[in-house]
Design a protein around this ligand. Structure first.
Ligand code: HEC
Length: 151
């Protein structure tokens, strides 16, 4: 699948392929809006690597709108809520989070959350490197939230 998609995306432009392939946004109402609007001036990496408090997101989002991000009032609300939930300054502890927290915080499937819980039962997941090695968890999901994890 990836092997077939890669050359096609490269044709659309290298920068697009880099951002589109490497960054997975969590599912949510604002996902498409952010993918379309927030990539006009920079990559999604700028968005997913920022973890902020609700107030900081409000300020940042309004700065982006002033700069030219096109969001109407309703869209602004939806985007703000999404950013606040998924890119919050609060960290998720991989070793103590419940299955529900792993699923919502990292967008894991049931099976992936179980894989994490099984892995940490045999040995504490001590850092990002160790987390990346946990079998049966999509590494892109870890990558997308790496700034928000503690161990
Ligand atoms: C019109 C261009 C433009 C659009 C559209 C845009 N941004 Fe930005 N954004 C910028 C620029 C320019 C910077 C770099 C600012 C700097 O260096 O301080 C930036 C930086 C950022 C940063 C990091 C800066 C910080 O204050 O820490 C975040 C987070 C961010 N943008 C989020 C978003 C989000 C979310 C959206 C979509 C709603 C978006 N941007 C859309 C121009 C834009």
């Amino acid at each position: 699948m990836m092997g077939l998609m890669r050359p096609a995306l490269v044709l659309f432009g290298l920068s697009l392929s880099l951002y589109a392939q490497d960054i997975v946004l969590p599912d949510g109402k604002a996902k498409t809006l952010i993918q379309n609007t927030c990539t006009e001036c920079h990559g999604l990496d700028m968005v997913v690597s920022s973890n902020m408090s609700p107030d900081e997101w409000k300020t940042t989002l309004d700065q982006m709108i002033k700069r030219g991000a096109t969001l109407n009032k309703d869209e602004r609300e939806v985007v703000l809520e999404y950013l606040t939930v998924y890119f919050s300054a609060e960290k998720l502890n991989v070793n103590t989070a419940t299955a529900e927290q792993l699923k919502s915080g990292l967008q894991l499937t049931d099976a992936e959350a179980e894989a994490v819980i099984a892995a940490r039962k045999s040995a504490k997941i001590k850092d990002l490197e160790a987390f990346r090695k946990v079998k049966d968890v999509d590494p892109k999901k870890i990558e997308a939230k790496k700034g928000q994890l503690t161990f």
